[in-house]
Design a protein around this ligand. Structure first.
Ligand code: ACO
Length: 420
């Protein structure tokens, strides 16, 4: 190759890796996955222990700051987030202008992006202040706002979709968990006495924990890409949510429920599996790019599904799901390809049992994943700063992949006669 002033330079080697199957673009200390053994850990803690002994806000703290909080830190953290749950009335007015049947995820993405207009001090283009220069307090301020307001936006989107007035967050938030407040905003029946079912709030909390981060999945990679341009975090979260909205990423739990509804009864499972094996169908909720063993999140959710059913009544779809899983994991087709249930195999059934409409499923995935996106935002801003000091090549650059050009290389613009 040549430099701009014509000097010959050594040719650079570019690796060709479509789909980034084998390319790491950052170092991270947030989430560890061993796909062959079916292990998932946040900051070193097994997901099973976090699901059993922690709660979503504590896990969000762990993901973002790297350590479990002390009791005082946890109280302050919760207080800060829960006191940022109200959204500006202009944002509510903005949401009211959406079509009556707008998809909740589209409303969420648009409103999250619109949040950057409410907080111009977070916008480096307006302030001419590089996000690098954001101090600890300023970064935390954005984290509190995003985590605090995201469930409110999601609840307004839900209320909009069902044609009911939007609810405000609970005023007595100290007595409510993060997920309880979310459920309260979805369903509040009267000012004072509505309290969501503790069993459903707990199940949703566990769903939130297991969905909170999954290292460099597509939407988190999008978050890191956007962050590398130093755009404000509201726009970056909206962009990451856009990636999650795609049916190949955040849409699988919905596809599982549709598939189970279509199978309809246990005696039609074999016929369905024959279709899968002849490759006319795909067994949704099975298989994973990273896990070549049982997805540990699916195991946790299978157990929680039973707890939710004990509260709200058993969903007949779960019998089909359990039997479908039992037959598939003994079948040579699935065994030889290392196909096991993934997180979405049971999450959709739980959402359904809790009464969520199908079009809320991607949003129920996006809400907890915001904690992961913010952890990567926080880590990449900090890493960039230290990388700049250590002068690691590329680490402070805008993320920009290369391509292999395979088109024509030298053409002359044709005359009109030549074109016609
Ligand atoms: N049903 C039937 N066969 C499958 C399935 C499935 N769900 N998944 C993979 N296979 C087969 C493929 O046909 C292929 O068979 P072959 O070797 O005979 O051609 C083999 O298993 C390997 O499949 P790949 O597509 O190479 O696996 P990959 O790792 O790229 O795909 C994916 C992973 C996309 C998740 C896939 O397993 C799938 O489509 N699953 C169903 C959709 C789903 O549940 N997505 C949610 C993933 S979890 C999440 O996003 C949070």
């Amino acid at each position: 190759g040549f430099t701009k002033d014509g000097k010959e330079v050594e040719k650079q080697v570019t690796s060709f890796d479509p789909g980034f199957m084998n390319t790491a673009c950052c170092e991270s200390t947030i989430t560890y996955i061993d796909g062959d053994k079916g292990i998932l850990r946040y900051r070193g803690y097994p997901i099973e222990q976090l699901a059993e002994r922690s709660n979503f806000l504590e896990v969000a703290y762990l993901l973002i700051y790297g350590e479990l909080p002390t009791a005082t830190q946890l109280d302050t953290w919760k207080e800060r987030i829960m006191s940022h749950t109200y959204i500006h009335v202009t944002l509510m007015d903005y949401m009211k202008s959406f079509r009556y049947d707008a998809h909740p995820m589209s409303m969420f993405i648009a409103t999250m992006a619109a949040m950057s207009t409410e907080y111009p001090e977070s916008n480096p283009t307006l302030t001419r202040r590089d996000l690098f220069e954001f101090d600890f307090r300023a970064r935390n301020q954005q984290i509190f706002r995003i985590l605090g307001k995201a469930p409110t936006i999601a609840a307004c989107a839900y209320r909009h979709r069902i044609g009911r007035p939007y609810n405000y967050p609970t005023e007595s938030f100290r007595g409510y968990s993060y997920t309880e407040n979310f459920l309260y905003m979805l369903d509040r029946l009267s000012e004072s006495d509505y309290r969501p079912s503790p069993a459903i709030a707990k199940a949703l909390d566990v769903l939130f924990i297991v969905h909170a981060d999954h290292e460099l999945n597509c939407s988190t990679a999008a978050m890191r890409h956007l962050t590398s341009t130093r755009v404000d975090p509201y726009t970056a979260v909206a962009g990451a949510a856009g990636a999650l909205y795609g049916p190949l990423h955040g849409g699988a739990s919905e596809a599982v429920v549709r598939m189970l509804e279509e199978i309809g009864s246990v005696d039609r499972i074999d016929e369905f599996l024959e279709g899968v094996k002849s490759k006319t169908r795909r067994l949704m909720g099975f298989g994973h790019r990273i896990y070549k063993n049982y997805d540990p999140r699916a195991k946790i959710l299978k157990e929680y599904a039973e707890k939710v059913f004990a509260e709200v009544g058993r969903d007949p779809l779960v019998d089909i799901a359990v039997e479908l899983e039992r037959r598939a994991i003994q079948d040579e087709y699935f065994v030889s390809r290392k196909l096991y249930p993934n997180v979405d195999f049971y999450s959709g059934i739980i959402y359904r049992a809790c009464g969520f409409p199908l079009d809320m499923y991607p949003l129920l995935f996006a809400l907890p994943r915001i904690a992961g996106w913010l952890a990567h935002w926080y880590e990449s801003l900090r890493e960039e700063k230290s990388a700049a000091k250590a002068s690691i090549p590329g680490a402070t650059h805008v993320m920009r992949a290369r391509q292999t050009y395979v088109g024509d290389i030298d053409k002359s613009f044709p005359t009109e006669e030549e074109r016609n």
